[in-house]
Design a protein around this ligand. Structure first.
Ligand code: ZN
Length: 487
């Protein structure tokens, strides 16, 4: 499998450090608000990678953290930790805020079909490890203590290593672009970043340390928890492109400073999402939470969109390209999802014949695998599935036939790529849980009764069943040997 490594700026053959095992770390959410579209894309991108690596036979340890310790860097204007601010305003324990939004995040991820990671460590649960990590950086001479806080010495580090190698920057241009002036802060250089911050008296989330009552800097948790659970060197580190600088750059610096080498072999970054051509941001008033997508409760949305529509929409673009969200684009994805669902239902009901008389199906599995192994090219997989849908519908319409062996292969390939790898749960497609089976059985039973009524020319009953189901949102299509339905 080839993946694009942000660090080397090229596609590379993926070779794990320990054969058969993959360690992967992805920066998770900061839990002070509801998850929005910006959270959905990395979650779905790295879920796709997680699923595909498992399909390739690897044992994957997937670590995705929860950021629940404040970091001023993210909200420098307000000068207050967001979790702390929320807790103060709503008179809650900070950990109540954290738990509330973590639960909601998990719920959204489940709806989106995102598998839970193997380990989901909280920054607040790893303060001791972070303090130890800081000590290593201090011992190596790449950090200094100032007024109870500890800062990373970027200029010193850059004498031995290259600060900026991931994002392709160098320290001189970074220095020129900084607005902060020397001598106006506790830092020796404006580029230095906090490893430990002394807490101000009103700060409620703080812990004891050798330097002060305080809290760790944001970048530190990922270096610490990544190496704690995956080892001093591990395979993959992922996240959104917005995290490349400074967050991931600082992670590299911290690991090199503390351990003498980089921790990560392959850096992967998903591209960003724009909404109607605009960057997502508070100032644009276009922050749409996932819940708002699911309920349609936002002025930019024409109506609700199902989690699977969002998932398919994200997977229809390659993870390294930008994606622009609009109601129209989502409606198109919704049509695609309906078509996949209908085709999947027809595929499951196909009867085999003596021989296969339809072309285009041979080698489908290989083509889908090749696309996935080419840096997770999900849009190609989806277009392969749509191409095969044409052949499936030709067979279902009685215009061609398929042999038993070819039919089994086709059904297996669809199950593998649609359900297991792309992670799409299609309305009637998968019937592996009891509720779904009962629900489908009940609708089928009503439509069987309607079919019987039609045979008896009892139009009143047949129309009544059809109208009641239609009013509930079912789409019923009569076909030559019965009916098809979808919701
Ligand atoms: Zn991180």
């Amino acid at each position: 499998m080839q993946i694009y490594n942000t660090l080397t700026r090229q596609k590379e053959e993926f070779v794990p450090l320990n054969s058969g095992h993959v360690g992967m770390y992805v920066c998770g959410p900061t839990v002070y608000g509801d998850a929005h579209l910006g959270h959905a894309r990395p979650a779905i991108t790295f879920d796709l990678l997680f699923r595909y690596l498992k399909h390739l036979g690897y044992k994957v340890r997937y670590v995705r953290n929860i950021t629940d310790v404040g970091h001023l860097e993210h909200d420098a204007d307000e000068g207050e930790d967001k979790i702390q601010k929320k807790a103060r305003l709503e008179q809650l324990e900070p950990m109540e805020v954290v738990q509330y939004f973590t639960n909601r995040y998990h719920h959204d991820m489940e709806l989106l079909g995102v598998l839970p990671p193997s380990i989901e460590p909280h920054a607040s649960g790893h303060i001791i490890e972070q303090i130890e990590f800081i000590k290593k950086i201090l011992d190596a001479g790449f950090a200094y203590i100032s007024e109870g806080s500890v800062y990373f010495d970027v200029r010193k580090y850059n004498e031995t290593y290259h600060y900026g190698k991931l994002s392709g920057r160098n320290i001189d241009e970074l220095y020129e672009n900084t607005r902060e002036l020397d001598g106006q802060s506790e830092k020796r250089c404006p580029l230095d970043f906090a490893l430990w911050k002394k807490a101000s008296p009103e700060h409620i989330m703080h812990w004891p340390s050798p330097w002060s009552e305080g809290f760790p800097g944001w970048h530190l948790e990922c270096s610490t928890m990544g190496t704690k659970y995956l080892g001093e060197q591990f395979d993959i580190h992922g996240g959104g492109m917005d995290l490349m600088f400074p967050h991931h750059e600082c992670e590299i610096a911290q690991s090199c400073a503390a351990l003498g080498h980089d921790s990560v072999r392959y850096w992967m970054h998903n591209n960003m999402i724009t909404i109607n051509g605009q960057k997502m941001g508070k100032s644009y008033n276009n922050f749409i939470t996932l819940e708002q997508f699911f309920t349609g409760n936002h002025p930019l949305l024409s109506r609700p969109f199902s989690p699977m529509t969002i998932r398919l929409f994200i997977l229809m673009a390659h993870y390294r390209s930008t994606v622009d969200f609009s109601s129209e684009a989502l409606e198109a994805a919704e049509k695609g999802l309906t078509r996949l669902t209908e085709t999947y239902n027809r595929l499951r009901k196909l009867e085999p014949a003596e021989e296969t008389t339809v072309g285009g199906l041979e080698g489908l599995r290989g083509r889908c695998e090749q696309a996935m192994s080419d840096d997770l090219n999900s849009p190609i997989v989806i277009s392969e599935l749509f191409d095969s849908a044409r052949a499936i519908n030709t067979i279902a319409d009685g215009k061609a036939t398929i042999s038993a062996a070819d039919l089994k292969e086709l059904q297996d390939v669809w199950k593998l790529f649609v359900e297991d790898i792309l992670g799409l749960k299609l309305e009637n497609g998968s019937t592996n849980n009891a509720n779904e089976q009962a629900y489908h059985g009940a609708v089928d039973m009503l439509l069987d009764l309607r079919l019987e009524a039609k045979r008896q020319k009892d139009w009143t009953t047949s129309d009544a069943i059809r109208n009641r189901l239609t009013n509930l949102g079912f789409k019923i299509k009569d076909s030559k040997d019965g009916y098809e339905w979808s919701l």
